[in-house]
Design a protein around this ligand. Structure first.
Ligand code: E4P
Length: 217
């Protein structure tokens, strides 16, 4: 199981690297646009700021050819680490097939149906990426989506993994894993929230108080 950061912020990437359990990061064009007008150069800086594990880059463009051109430039930055995220549309799947023929690592993203998982397996994607909270908000059911992807991939004995995304709470992260996701990506505050429990914090305060000498501050 891998836990990834879902952010294009360099500060978030540096903070995530310090957490000790974050094994890579995902970005998308919306997250990138919040940080920079030069997404490829910024992506290179993110790969340095969070130096372990995969870094996911999502090209823009309407045609498979346009997506492939930007994807190749991203992949060339660190071929063993970069995973190109492509929307699970007809053009995105075609781009994934073209890029896989060049040994570029790919994932299909914004996934809501088991048919899209079938295609991710068919073209040899590392990941299929369902948007769990968005599915909840659209009444599609995030949990149901993840379960349906898991069933198809299991039936195919596929090596494609489910990377759950659009996760807004620590509880949603765990729930998604319990329903078939292999890996998760979430914003920094959600990842940090995995270590929070009021009773744990109360116990830690109690231990610290006990460890202080009588009358000490
Ligand atoms: C995943 O890689 C996406 O960046 C992300 O999780 C999209 O979902 P959101 O916009 O609901 O956060």
């Amino acid at each position: 199981m891998a836990i990834l950061l879902d952010s294009a912020s360099l500060d978030d990437a540096a903070a995530a690297a310090r957490l000790g359990f974050v094994g890579g990061f995902t970005t998308n064009p919306t997250l990138m646009a919040r940080e920079t007008a030069q997404p490829l150069a910024h992506f290179a800086a993110l790969l340095e700021a969070l130096p372990e594990g995969p870094g996911c880059y999502q090209p823009t463009g309407d045609s498979a050819e346009a997506m492939c051109e930007e994807a190749r430039a991203a992949a060339a930055l660190a071929p063993s680490r970069v995973v190109v995220k492509l929307p699970a549309t007809a053009a995105g799947v075609r781009a994934a097939a073209l890029l896989r023929a060049e040994s570029v690592r790919c994932a299909l993203t914004a996934v809501y149906s088991p048919g899209q998982a079938l295609l991710a397996d068919a073209v040899g994607c590392v990941w299929v990426i369902p948007y769990v909270d968005r599915a909840e908000r659209q009444s599609v059911g995030g949990r149901r989506v993840v379960e349906s992807l898991a069933a198809v991939l299991q039936r195919l004995e596929s090596s494609t993994r489910i990377l759950a995304a659009s996760l807004k709470t620590a509880e949603q992260v765990v729930d998604t894993l319990l329903h078939g996701a292999h890996d998760v990506t979430a914003p920094l505050d959600v990842l940090a929230g995995l270590a929070h429990h009021p009773l744990t914090e109360a116990a830690a305060r109690e231990f610290a108080a006990r460890a202080r000498p009588e009358g000490g501050s």
